[in-house]
Design a protein around this ligand. Structure first.
Ligand SMILES: *Cc1c(COP(=O)(O)O)cnc(C)c1O
Length: 428
């Protein structure tokens, strides 16, 4: 596969963009080799600047649930652009997208749009603190909530010691407001609530974890979090930036039938444009400015192009049978990859929730971050490179999800599995 143009751009990019990228994972550090530069995308495929095509299972890290450049999305965004790209005052599309989201998330009575998942998480946590009058946040190890200071944190020396910064530049004063517990561990949550109960504003969790690979909640886990937060008068925040419209149309809260106090959204609801959102009961949400004392604002929040892209995406995704078809396509791919790996003698552990899935190069079940990080990342890297050479783009890290779109057909799955047969043979 020739990648001369990508290679030249990569050299140029490295001179003027930090590490050649604007978001670290794009640099392929975890898998080695040089990243390609995208030129265009259509349906399930990306074409790079050298004219190579890749079947895409990254899908811009989740948003493109209808595939690249879906005609309805292109049309909606183009039409919105003609009318003006931003007004800094309300447009009808903001109401329409909010209604559309709420149709699937009945726990959201009121919603606020922002411009990224990070911003939505940051704002939801400020709101939780404002609402409860408490400062501490309980975070679950291995869950990613964007790059806000107080959540770039690793566990302290014991469960009930406060967190340590996981990035330089994060003040200890911020991470001292964060407690870290392992995923799928209710005893740990009980312990921190016993130690700090009244001072805890909220517990934030990815109800299906998607940023340590895909790790599923064990039966009773989400229900347990619901009970423990409620009895401590702390808010339960589900970060459904990834799982919203993927774990199920109504996110993991619909799939597992557990209702959080606040829901954070992003990715799919922006249809590939920058959007985040957070919502919950009117009682909590009305604490936000301009109604309440918790401040949060945004020049481009509720941007008409982003609202149009989100609405068109949800319109298409809501058509009868579409979600189920995407989920079934994901199941076919996951089962196929698992069968091929096993017949090549390569141990894998697989997880799936709706249109997201993960193939852990791990002999053991993966239930938390510690298990996930015990996976064979070298082998994943070799698998990644083998697939990329054969025209299939999986996430450039073991600790990311594989995403499916409505544009992927059995032909793409067959082509992917054929590539996987060769890639796994080369690994065995
Ligand atoms: C992607 C992601 C975020 C961050 O969203 P950005 O738009 O990248 O800021 C937050 N939480 C979860 C669960 C995510 O997957």
């Amino acid at each position: 596969m020739k990648r001369d143009t990508s290679a030249a751009l990569w050299r140029e990019a490295n001179r003027i963009l930090v590490g050649g990228v604007n978001s670290p994972v794009r640099a392929f550090k975890a898998v080695g080799g040089e990243p390609f530069f995208a030129a265009s995308g259509s349906g399930p495929r990306i074409r790079d600047v050298d004219g190579n095509d890749y079947i895409d299972y990254v899908l811009s890290w989740g948003p493109l649930v209808m595939g690249h450049a879906h005609p309805r999305v292109v049309e909606a965004v183009t039409a919105a652009m003609r009318l003006g790209s931003s007004f800094g005052i309300s447009t009808e599309a903001e109401i329409r997208l909010a209604q559309r989201v709420m149709r699937h998330f009945p726990a959201i009575e009121k919603l606020r749009f922002v411009n990224s998942g990070t911003e939505a998480v940051m704002s939801a946590i400020r709101l939780a603190r404002g609402f409860t009058g408490a400062d501490l946040v309980v975070k679950v190890a291995g869950c990613y909530h964007g790059h806000m200071d107080g959540l770039l944190v690793r566990a302290g020396s014991g469960l009930t010691t406060l967190g340590q910064p996981d990035s330089q530049g994060v003040p200890q004063a911020y991470t001292r407001c964060t407690l870290v517990v392992p995923y799928n561990d209710l005893d740990a949550v009980r312990e921190v609530f016993t130690a700090y109960g009244d001072d805890i504003a909220c517990l934030i969790v990815e109800p299906v974890a998607g940023n340590m690979g895909v790790v599923l909640p064990e039966p009773g886990y989400l229900e347990g979090l619901r009970e423990l937060t409620r009895s401590a008068d702390a808010l339960l925040i589900f970060d459904e930036v990834m799982t919203g419209f993927r774990a199920a149309m109504g996110g993991a809260q619909a799939r597992y039938n557990v209702t959080p106090d606040l829901t954070v959204l992003g990715k799919v609801i922006g249809g590939g444009l920058p959007v985040g959102g957070y919502g919950g009961s009117a009682e909590i949400m009305d604490r936000l400015a301009p109604l309440g004392p918790v401040y949060q604002a945004g020049t481009l929040s509720g941007n008409p192009l982003a609202m149009a892209a989100g609405l068109a995406t949800l319109d298409a995704l809501e058509q009868p049978g579409v979600f189920e078809r995407i989920e079934n396509t994901m199941t076919a791919l996951a089962q196929g990859l698992g069968d091929i790996a096993r017949s090549a003698g390569i141990p894998v552990y697989q997880t799936q929730a709706g249109s997201m899935a993960c193939l852990f190069f791990n002999e053991q079940p993966v239930r938390n971050y510690e298990h996930a990080t015990a996976s064979d990342t070298q082998r994943y890297a070799a698998f990644f490179r083998g697939m990329l050479e054969r025209g299939v783009y999986f996430a450039p890290s073991q600790f990311e999800a594989c995403f499916m779109s409505a544009a992927h057909t059995p032909a793409e799955i067959d082509q992917t599995l054929e590539a996987a047969r060769h890639a796994f043979q080369a690994l065995a």
